[in-house]
Design a protein around this ligand. Structure first.
Ligand code: ASP
Ligand code: MG
Length: 434
């Protein structure tokens, strides 16, 4: 994305405002890589203390130490194929409980006051859906009291509790959601998300070396990029940010680079057709063959899938012969097993022939608010894939994105050629408006 002056200016103003303001209330979130080990935790403590000494009041949300959640999940999955959701949450919530306590100790060691809390302790109330609970309320009195007593308030990300006192987690990457929701609840000036990258890029720089950092991006664009697999921030956290208009600044915890501001869409943003390219390799395709072609069958199938709590992404129905149709859709790979159970049950109920799945797929997507006012974007995308001999399996679009499912091993190539074709690489000369 070309970042116009308007965008630079808004970030500058934001930074100036940030500096001028005395006693701003800021929510900061440090991801797992920022607290990966004792040295990194000390680094975060130093940053937090420096900021506090400048006069800001801080609520700090922390993720589990990098790799911890994965490790716990792996252990659970090696014990059971389908571990109970309640016990999973009991297990996963321990990761964040460890990191908040360690950070509090590191801040104490620097001579400042800090107090750590679990999600339930500060009153993050969620519904009962274990492992992907939704926040329904956040109490602020305990946080406010601790802030008044001059503490840095440290809150465990990713977790909450039900009204009946059960521990829940908010889905992978849920610490982002904790941070944004808390920023709204305590009415913070800004929600800063600290991570191991300097901001949001036109593509994943590990795959596309000439990816550019964006200074500003709209909620809708980042929402598409996040849900499409650009592993920047958890989607739900951005939805909440958009809903309550919480300004979110994504930046690195390892240096002082400016970061990327996520904010409301403005006219300037529409000038560029494609802002970013995303790749998602975490989905699998499920196909149900020969579904009887009559009203209500799709409804029945997807009702059973929904009741099993499975998220469905792309859906394609294709009538292949009289009285029968094939239905394909994608689900997250980590839900595939449960999805297959549900789909087989559904297929049997509606009298479909059989069910297959394909885990070797990748979804590549281009995103940009400029697509609303430019034509020929889809044609160009398909043409570039064709020229690179990449076959398209499924296609879906929205107002500001086009996604193609391709063969799993071709995903990264597809991402690179898209980035190149839409002129997103570094250097203004290489950039094309269309
Ligand atoms: N620790 C959790 C995870 O890895 C939550 C987070 O990091 O945001 O998904
Ligand atoms: Mg994380």
């Amino acid at each position: 994305m070309r970042v116009g002056n308007g965008r630079d200016r808004s970030l500058l103003l934001m930074n100036q405002k940030e500096e001028q303001k005395q006693m701003a209330l800021i929510v900061q979130k440090y991801g797992g890589t920022s607290v990966a080990n004792v040295d990194r935790i000390k680094n975060v403590a130093e940053r937090v203390v420096a900021r506090k000494r400048k006069g800001d009041k801080l609520v700090v949300v922390v993720s589990a130490l990098a790799g911890t959640t994965d490790q716990l999940l792996k252990m659970a999955n090696s014990i059971s194929d389908r571990p109970s959701g309640r016990e999973m949450d009991m297990l996963l919530a321990t990761g964040e409980q460890a990191s908040v306590a360690l950070l509090a100790m590191a801040i104490h060691a620097l001579g400042e006051k800090a107090i750590s809390f679990t999600g339930p302790q500060v009153g993050i109330i969620t519904d009962e859906s274990h492992t992907k609970a939704r926040i329904i309320d956040i109490g602020t009195s305990r946080i406010e009291k601790a802030l008044k007593e001059n503490n840095v308030v440290i809150v465990a990300g990713f977790q909450g509790g039900t009204v009946s006192g059960e521990i829940t987690t908010l889905g992978r990457g849920g610490s982002d959601l904790t941070a944004v929701a808390l920023a709204k609840a305590v009415n913070a000036e800004l929600c800063e998300i600290y991570t191991d990258v300097e901001g949001i890029y036109t593509a994943d720089p590990r795959i596309v070396p000439d990816a550019q950092k964006l200074d500003v991006i709209s909620y809708d664009e980042i929402l598409e990029l996040a849900s499409l697999g650009a592993k920047v921030m958890q989607s739900r956290s951005i939805e909440v940010g958009k809903k309550f208009n919480v300004p979110i600044l994504v930046r690195s915890s390892l240096n002082n680079a400016q970061g990327t501001l996520i904010t409301k869409e403005n006219k300037k943003m529409e000038e560029v057709v494609v802002s970013g390219v995303a790749l998602h390799e975490g989905e699998a395709k499920v196909t149900i063959f020969k579904v009887p072609d009559r009203p209500g069958t799709a409804a029945k199938i997807f009702k059973i899938i929904a009741e099993a709590g499975i998220n469905v992404d792309m859906i394609i129905q294709n009538k292949t012969e009289t009285n029968a149709t094939d239905i394909s859709f994608t689900v997250y790979k980590n839900e595939l097993r449960r999805a297959i159970d549900a789909v087989e049950k559904a297929a049997c109920e509606v009298g479909a022939k059989n069910v297959t799945c394909d885990e070797n797929i990748a979804k590549v997507s281009i995103v940009g608010v400029g697509m609303k006012s430019h034509t020929g974007v889809a044609a160009k995308m398909f043409d570039v894939l064709a020229k690179n001999k990449i076959n398209i399996d499924m296609i879906s679009t929205s107002e500001i994105k086009i996604s193609c499912v391709v063969e799993g091993d071709k995903g990264k190539d597809a991402m690179r050629v898209m980035h190149e074709a839409f002129g997103l690489g570094q250097g203004p000369k290489k950039r094309k408006k269309k």
